[in-house]
Design a protein around this ligand. Structure first.
Ligand code: OFO
Length: 171
């Protein structure tokens, strides 16, 4: 059975992962409207990935006879000045999420909930990837911020991103 304090903290983390999905989806809708469909596609894929993160916590809690209690998701911002400013926010957000995952690791150690700690190892590794991929896009966008042609090239490249959940959706 899952430790009670860990269960509560995991419920809060489900809300944070759902908020991450909301945030990326909100960015996706703006850049779609701005004609940057590739950037929008990348962000949409990221939003779907965030939902899979929330579901990992959901499944872990239910498999271990815990109880999922869903929290309210706050409204994300709906406008950014530019793709650079959106990806700066995204990076800040991922750094925040990394900190939260680290706090959860500390809690599982304190509570001796080793099964939950094992689940979190996946998230520790994933956060390295999350920060890395957002910061790579940010770097590319910074490089082309004075060049509409360059921006269109980056947009085209980012449009190639899909994740398994989307491929299933298309089939
Ligand atoms: Fe769930 O990793 Fe981003 O927020």
């Amino acid at each position: 059975m899952i430790n009670e304090k860990v269960n509560k903290a995991f419920n809060e983390q489900i809300q944070k992962e759902m908020y991450s999905a909301y945030l990326y989806l909100s960015m996706a809708t703006q850049f779609y409207a701005d004609g940057l469909e590739g950037i929008s596609q990348w962000l949409r894929s990221q939003a779907l990935e965030e939902l899979t993160h929330a579901m990992k916590f959901f499944d872990h809690i239910t498999e271990r006879d815990g109880r999922v209690e869903l929290e309210a998701i706050e409204k994300p911002p709906s406008e950014w000045d530019s793709p650079v400013s959106a990806f700066k926010d995204a990076l800040k957000h991922e750094e925040y999420i990394t900190g939260e995952i680290n706090n959860l690791v500390d809690l599982t150690e304190k509570e001796k909930d080793y099964a939950s700690k094992t689940l979190l190892q996946w998230f520790v590794d994933e956060q390295v990837e999350e920060e890395g991929s957002v910061s790579k896009v940010l770097q590319e966008l910074e490089m082309v911020k004075e060049s509409p042609h360059g921006l269109l090239m980056v947009d085209k490249e980012l449009g190639g991103r899909t994740i398994a959940a989307e491929q299933e959706e298309e089939e």
